[in-house]
Design a protein around this ligand. Structure first.
Ligand SMILES: [Zn+2]
Length: 83
């Protein structure tokens, strides 16, 4: 019985890990401003208008697209101050 529980917990953890990584890979974590070409975190309170947005799932993706100028407020809150 104990072995069964252990396997169940392991399976559950695996499912969690997989779903988290899928979300991270396909998610929209960063927002580029098409007009100012600044990069924001999705949690930024001063995101550009919907029509000026381009979404990225990773920082690397954003940098490759030329969005290397990170919004100052985002730098403070999201990129450095992770708690
Ligand atoms: Zn921002």
């Amino acid at each position: 019985m104990k072995k069964f529980m252990k396997e169940l917990v392991t399976a559950f953890l695996l499912v969690c890990i997989i779903s988290v990584s899928v979300l991270a890979a396909g998610g929209q974590n960063y927002v580029g401003n098409l007009r100012s070409r600044k990069l924001h975190s999705i949690t930024c309170t001063r995101l550009p208008y919907e029509k000026n947005r381009i979404y990225f799932s990773t920082l690397e993706e954003a940098f490759k697209a030329g969005y290397t100028d990170i919004h100052k407020e985002c730098l403070k809150s999201e990129f450095k101050g992770k708690k």
